[in-house]
Design a protein around this ligand. Structure first.
Ligand SMILES: Cc1cc2nc3c(=O)[nH]c(=O)nc-3n(C[C@H](O)[C@H](O)[C@H](O)COP(=O)(O)O)c2cc1C
Length: 308
């Protein structure tokens, strides 16, 4: 059986497949479809200091190749996460990533400090990039200096590994990648959703009540792959690819551009059992190709280009 184990800095994962934040329940709601021990890691929905009600409905709009959402970081806040969600997921035999969101570097740091005490959490993922708050403005993920400040504030507040989740809605994602690496991130998640919208031309009614929202799913895979590749080239910390991944071949494409691991989001909505068999599919795909480990695939694009 090919080896699927991966190392992200000091963190060992059984396989390179993680759930993407906000798409796999809060706790273990998806357990019956996809047992958590089959995943390399479980990423929480974004947790904020105080509860957030989220945006008005409609908040999801299906498109030809994925969907638009404007959930708006709805969550029950840190206190409930610590009291209810964390004890539930802590027993799962997988790595636990807590994804955090804030409105200032100080707020991110406060969250990180409070979570630092909880040994059940293996790593923090900093959501710098949700397009559904502040009217689609993305201050932390479009301004490298602010992104760096935010990561540095978190770095000073915790000794846990931190992963900065970037937005694809920028001209030069490599600059953001370098900024978060300088701020002390141990890894990068590339990427969050693309800003998008839909309108019914007859009525003028928008698909989302907020008009604009985050586009995710299969349609964004080429953009996400390009973003991941640009990040890989710009930094030396591990990059977790995310965007449009729906099967083992998609996972392997992200590994080929140099990602150390991947996250799967929207595909779990149409196939809730996907994450229950994706690692096994990956192993089967490697075996069929005569490969012994995913390390042989990782970075194959770079090797191909430099052999020319
Ligand atoms: C319904 C929904 C809710 C999401 N909520 C969050 C969230 O709370 N925090 C976050 O960092 N990303 C959130 N995301 C973004 C995903 O984690 C992921 O980055 C994005 O959807 C791209 O991956 P995909 O194409 O596999 O879905 C959400 C995405 C969707 C579709």
């Amino acid at each position: 059986m090919p080896s699927l184990a991966v190392t992200l800095g000091e963190l060992q994962l059984a396989n390179p497949i993680l759930s993407a934040s906000g798409t796999f329940g809060h706790g273990l709601e998806m357990e019956q479809f996809a047992p958590p021990e089959r995943l390399g890691g479980l990423v929480s929905k974004t947790v904020t200091l105080r509860p957030r009600p989220g945006n008005p409905a409609p908040r999801i709009h299906e498109t030809e190749a994925g969907f638009l959402n404007s959930i708006g970081l709805e969550n029950r806040g840190l206190e409930t996460y610590l009291a209810e969600t964390l004890p539930e997921v802590a027993g799962a035999d997988t790595r636990i990533f807590c994804n955090i969101g804030g409105e200032s570097p100080e707020e991110y740091a406060r969250l990180a400090a409070l979570l630092d005490e909880r040994s059940e959490i293996d790593a923090l993922e900093i959501n710098l990039s949700c397009p559904n708050v502040q009217g689609g403005r993305l201050p932390f993920s479009t301004d490298p200096a602010l992104a760096e400040r935010c990561v540095r504030a978190v770095r000073e507040a915790t000794s846990k590994p931190i992963f900065a989740k970037l937005s694809p809605n920028v001209s030069r994602i490599a600059e953001l990648a370098v900024a978060v690496e300088q701020g002390g991130a141990d890894g990068i998640t590339a990427v969050n959703t693309l800003l998008g919208m839909q309108v019914d031309w007859r009525s003028g009614k928008p698909g989302l009540a907020t008009v604009m929202g985050g586009y995710s799913g299969q349609g964004i895979k080429p953009v996400a792959l390009r973003c991941a590749w640009e990040c890989v080239q710009a930094v030396s910390i591990p990059v977790l690819g995310c965007g449009g991944i729906a099967d083992a071949d998609d996972v392997l494409e992200f590994l080929a551009v140099g990602c150390a691991a991947v996250q799967v989001g929207t595909a779990s909505f149409s196939d809730p059992g996907l994450l229950g068999h994706l690692a096994a599919d990956l192993a089967a795909r490697l075996e069929a190709a005569g490969l012994e480990s995913i390390a042989q695939v990782r970075g194959s694009l770079e090797r191909h280009l430099s052999a020319k």
